[in-house]
Write a protein that binds this ligand. Structure first.
Ligand code: G1P
Length: 302
């Protein structure tokens, strides 16, 4: 394996129970919740596909069949739409099936994000790969993964994406020490010295939060195998990356962070999910022109 080989594979962990969205997620995976008119997971698969990742492995759990159906062909529905001459909707449903070569593996037990990524070991093999978390939506107009993949090809090791968040929000994230509290203005790629999963705000090494995009060296799998349960009793990807930061570069070690300054939406909890839907709908050509003035009026009325 060479450190600079083209990255083709993406791993998308999608085995969470979605308890924050109950009862909506009682019989349906949270990844299928619509963000405007596409399930949240489709934004993530489309992002991977745009970055040239055409081999996508979903790590799933129970209740996930609808996700497989969503990315599969639907011959009866397609025929009905074709008969009606509704080419727009036909293209829309076919689009989801053309995003790449999708594979599925089940996590079995919900032992944490690190464990979910480890479930991809067999499929990924000995090559660098991307990990995309479904709760983080990156605005399709902004670019992140390609920059991360270029950084990984140039620097080797692993590359994560971070974003500045308000200090009081850091305890919801993995947080990195990238050489001091303050970033150089305009810095884009920085070496990471330390990573801590969800630290209390007063102990956080910075306000640079890990957002759910990673380009990982395959040596992460060996590291994950020996990572003990961490925060919340779960095997944390952040902890394995902390160990990777201390490993020599020739063994696949070293971690860099790409600083993302674009638009990211969090669909992980109810309030931020609602904000994501409204923000994305307001920016759409088909819905925005009517939604924006209505939103202004509504805001004044409350
Ligand atoms: C996971 C990671 C965390 C990261 C976050 C980004 O946490 O463990 O390091 O900051 O995703 O969304 P989760 O939100 O799944 O608890």
């Amino acid at each position: 394996m060479s450190a600079t080989q083209r990255i083709r594979k993406a791993v998308i962990p999608a085995a969470g129970l979605g308890t924050r969205f109950l009862p909506a997620t009682k019989a349906m995976p949270k990844e299928m919740l619509p963000v405007v008119d596409e399930p949240a997971i489709q934004y993530v698969v489309a992002e991977a596909s745009r970055a040239g990742l055409d081999d996508i492995l979903m790590i799933t759990g129970q209740n996930k069949r609808s996700m497989e159906d969503h990315f599969d062909r639907a011959p009866v529905l397609e025929a009905t739409l074709r008969d009606k001459g509704d080419t727009k909707k036909l293209e829309a449903i076919q689009h989801a099936t053309n995003l790449g070569d999708l594979h599925y593996v089940r996590q079995g037990q919900a032992l944490g994000l690190g464990h979910a990524v480890l479930c991809g070991k067999q499929h990924v093999g000995n090559e660098p790969f991307a990990v995309l978390l479904g709760d983080d939506l990156i605005d399709p107009r902004d670019e992140l993964l390609t920059t991360m993949m270029e950084a990984q090809a140039r620097l080797g090791g692993s590359v994560i994406a971070v974003m500045e968040v308000p200090q009081e929000a850091v305890s919801a994230y993995g947080v990195v020490d990238a050489g001091g509290k303050h970033l150089e203005p305009g810095a884009q790629v920085v070496p990471v010295h330390r990573l801590v999963e969800k630290p209390p705000a007063e102990e956080a090494p910075s306000n640079l939060a890990i957002i759910g995009r990673y380009v990982l060296h395959p040596a992460i799998f060996t590291e994950l195998e020996r990572t003990p349960p961490g925060k919340g009793g779960e095997i944390q990807l952040t902890d394995a990356l902390q160990a990777m930061a201390a490993i020599p570069a020739e063994d696949g070690g070293g971690v860099h962070a790409v600083i993302f300054r674009g638009r990211r939406y969090d669909t992980g909890d109810k309030l931020s999910y609602i904000k994501a839907v409204v923000t994305l709908a307001a920016g759409r050509e088909d819905l925005g022109p009517e939604l924006r003035p209505w939103l202004k009026e509504f805001a004044q009325s409350i």
